[in-house]
Design a protein around this ligand. Structure first.
Ligand SMILES: *Cc1c(COP(=O)(O)O)cnc(C)c1O
Length: 237
């Protein structure tokens, strides 16, 4: 078994343990393997080990790699610029980082032109950090209400990148707040499928806590592929 396969199995075991601890079925958590800066070889290894969902942050890099890889489904988790929406709508299955109406409208237009439905999440700046992307918590409902009118977008839930803590317990209250906002918005029927709210939160350092607080999608890079060269601080563009 390759190192990546071993890492993948370990992460899947940890996911199952965290889910059970929270009284949830392990299948309710989807793993997005974050493959930014990772070459196609190791990504292919992960695919060969059964991993299907991958996340990329940088459009140019993703555009080179994605056509070389079969059998994967791609989540865009990087910063969104409205002039890049056409290519993003072409390459990606889900866009996790919609945080303003302008990019929602651009993605909707491009998805319409491609005659497809694009799955999206709305990114919430849950720590209200000025250097981070995401809609402010108290503006989330208004954005979701507007996005609901985009005929080619299916907004399935929320994504968040809480402030960094060395102790994963530090993130826990933020994860909980994301879930509370999501559940409130689902009660108001602001998502495409309000019975199945998606919450994308938790990374290598804190995904068990995120799962315990309700994450349905976790985004894990380092724990699968090892640390990135010249590691870029999480959440930066
Ligand atoms: C890089 C990145 C991740 C993965 O981070 P790791 O700590 O390597 O697991 C998750 N989400 C986003 C938005 C990222 O940019």
């Amino acid at each position: 078994m390759t190192a990546i396969c071993t890492n993948l199995n370990q992460v899947l075991e940890n996911i199952a343990a965290a889910a059970r601890k929270a009284g949830r079925a392990p299948e309710t958590v989807k793993l997005v393997a974050v493959s930014k800066t990772v070459p196609v070889g190791p990504i292919q290894e992960a695919i060969d080990c059964g991993q299907v969902l991958f996340g990329e942050n940088y459009l140019q890099e993703a555009a080179e790699k994605i056509p070389q890889l079969r059998g994967a489904s791609w989540h865009y988790i990087g910063h969104l610029q409205s002039n890049k929406c056409r290519e993003i709508a072409t390459l990606f299955d889900t866009v996790e980082t919609v945080d303003r109406l302008k990019v929602a409208y651009r993605l909707d237009e491009q998805a319409a032109a491609l005659n497809r439905q694009l799955k999206i999440l709305v990114q919430v700046n849950i720590g209200e950090e000025p250097q981070k992307a995401g809609v402010m918590p108290d503006e989330t409902e208004a954005l979701l209400a507007a996005v609901r009118n985009c005929a080619h977008l299916r907004c399935l839930g929320l994504m968040a990148l809480p402030p960094h803590f060395d102790d994963p317990e530090g993130s826990r209250p933020y994860f909980r707040q994301v879930r509370e906002i999501g559940e409130t918005c689902a009660r108001k029927e602001l998502f495409f499928d309000n019975q199945n709210l998606e919450l994308s939160m938790g990374m290598s350092g804190d995904y068990p806590a995120a799962i315990e607080e309700g994450a349905t999608i976790i985004r894990v890079g380092t724990a699968l592929f090892g640390s990135r060269p010249g590691k870029i601080k999480e959440g930066e563009k």
